[in-house]
Design a protein around this ligand. Sequence first.
Ligand code: HEC
Ligand code: HEC
Ligand code: HEC
Ligand code: HEC
Ligand code: HEC
Ligand code: HEC
Length: 462
Amino acid sequence: MRLPGQEPEGIVRVPGTVIRMDSNREGAWQTLESDGDTAKYRVAYVIGSGAHASGYIISLANHLFQSPVAYYRRRAAYGLAPGYENKPDPDFTRPVEPGCLFCHADSFTAVSGTENEYAATPFQHLSISCSRCHGPIDAHLRHASSTNIVNPARLEPAARDSVCEQCHLKGLARVLNPGKKLTDFVAGQPLEQTFTIYRYAVPIGTEPPFKVISQSEELALSRCKRASGDRMWCGTCHDPHNEPQDPVSYYRARCLSCHADTHFASDHPPRTSDCIGCHMPKRKPNDGGHTVFTDHRIQRTNHDTPAAEPTGIVPWRDPPAELAKRNLGMASIEAGIEGGSEGEVESGYRTLTEVQDQFPLDSEMYWTIGYVLYLRRQYGEAATNYELAVRFDPNSSPKEASLGSAYAALGRSEVAEMYLERALDLDPLNLSAAELLIGLYEKNGRPEKAEAVRQKIQDLIH
Ligand code: HEC
Ligand code: HEC
Ligand code: HEC
Ligand code: HEC
Ligand code: HEC
Ligand code: HEC
């Protein structure tokens, strides 16, 4: 992450909406015009070095929201950001959650019980720095010694690979262990002490689709990695401290460090050729994205394998045995909701409810179960689970709002209003709670209360 500089000027037009970008001495600005209304936002932070793309973040009353546009360097133009392409009315209301910052910023302070509120100074460091790969640095700064700092290359393989996977393996879902937050992870440990990454399993002999932020998954499919095992990792080819001056010869040397004795067919190009040009080409990922990425599958021939139908959801590495079913159930539900697969949601629900008695105080679990019941329109049972979610995590605005939504669906407006009001007490910029509450007030003939909620939000963001 970085602070905005002189960001390029530009304009993005979609039906009904125009977004203009301009910079002046006071900062970088993005102006949204929609239905005759105009709103001008100052860019607070920029995501990405700009190597491929830049994403933009605005800050309103210490709440971070995403901009619907991104700048694409190859096209030298702005376009809709990933995830906004097929959505009507792009605007600045999508919360920036900690998951996003965990991969893109060094360290930050989130306000608990909110989706996207942060401390007044949200970041200690913007760009990713030493401690994210080398673990805690305080003792090392007081007395520099190789015994009080993590050297990723010398860790056991699961912990070593975790250092890069924390950011370079997005997976289908990242499921936190009970009571953990992402930032509890410190380099030196395996990720599974804090969270488990899930991915699709595909039939043997086929390959999953080529995706964004999936270098770890791809490398694991390569013949090189399968035949070399733990000897090979990201650090075999990448030195995070230095970008190679001449990538072709730099990576060729990495290949030949293992392939010096490989017997090539007589028609194979010589050992002085551009290995990566043929074996690690750049491709467009199948899951959207407007740029190309390097194919880490290191295939024999340069062709794209057709995507296979997944056969199930599996952990990248196993979590502690006692959490295996709980985490798998949560992952399956999350992936199912994200990808619109009822089958995955239902199978996750069955897995989770099988073990739920083992986690009687697990607020996240009740919240997830509640959400599935809500989707099934079993609003009474959804409310029961949301009550438990709120009981074991008493000051969470999003959870109070969920409880409010279940009562609203049950037609119990008064109780619903009470929980939604509480959600807004805990976080006045919980926009989805505000929208629901405004709807209820209007439906129940209290437009003045609806107007007061609207006014409060306007006061906060201006
Ligand atoms: C805290 C998150 C984080 C960690 C940890 C991390 N990376 Fe990255 N890495 C990123 C992000 C974000 C980018 C994209 C930066 C950009 O161009 O905006 C990136 C970019 C890269 C690039 C591309 C650089 C370029 O010039 O295009 C390589 C290679 C890379 N990382 C390797 C690694 C390796 C190897 C590790 C483990 C030792 C690692 N990273 C750990 C977040 C991380
Ligand atoms: C699991 C970690 C992870 C998460 C979560 C994540 N990103 Fe990224 N993102 C990356 C990495 C790593 C790259 C660099 C591309 C690559 O290595 O394939 C990247 C690339 C980008 C880029 C292009 C920057 C560049 O220079 O390449 C933007 C913009 C971006 N992400 C925005 C976001 C936003 C906004 C969110 C949250 C809604 C988000 N990302 C969530 C890891 C993540
Ligand atoms: C993206 C991950 C990443 C970041 C960020 C990072 N390093 Fe490293 N660092 C590594 C890896 C991986 C190695 C091991 C390289 C090897 O030996 O193959 C390493 C090795 C080192 C070494 C050599 C250690 C030894 O025993 O030989 C030093 C010194 C070092 N890093 C300092 C720093 C400093 C200072 C910073 C912050 C300015 C930093 N690193 C940031 C990943 C990172
Ligand atoms: C850590 C060692 C290592 C590194 C580094 C490495 N490879 Fe390999 N690679 C192997 C091994 C081992 C095999 C399997 C050889 C065998 O089966 O006889 C292999 C197999 C291959 C194959 C055959 C793939 C197939 O599907 O049959 C290709 C192509 C290949 N490597 C290219 C490369 C290129 C290009 C690079 C550099 C970008 C590279 N390798 C780096 C160890 C490595
Ligand atoms: C066999 C060598 C090799 C290994 C091992 C390897 N990479 Fe790469 N990686 C490359 C090459 C080659 C490029 C393209 C560099 C270029 O074009 O300058 C690349 C590019 C990248 C980039 C830039 C974005 C992109 O996709 O083009 C990222 C990020 C990255 N690698 C991350 C990783 C991570 C994380 C791992 C470990 C899971 C890893 N790499 C393992 C060779 C390797
Ligand atoms: C012009 C494209 C091209 C370049 C450049 C290239 N290769 Fe290949 N390579 C191929 C093709 C095609 C095959 C598969 C040949 C076959 O299946 O008969 C192959 C096969 C291989 C194999 C598998 C050998 C075997 O028979 O098991 C390895 C390993 C390999 N290449 C490594 C490298 C390395 C290392 C470099 C760089 C010094 C390199 N290649 C440069 C196209 C290329």
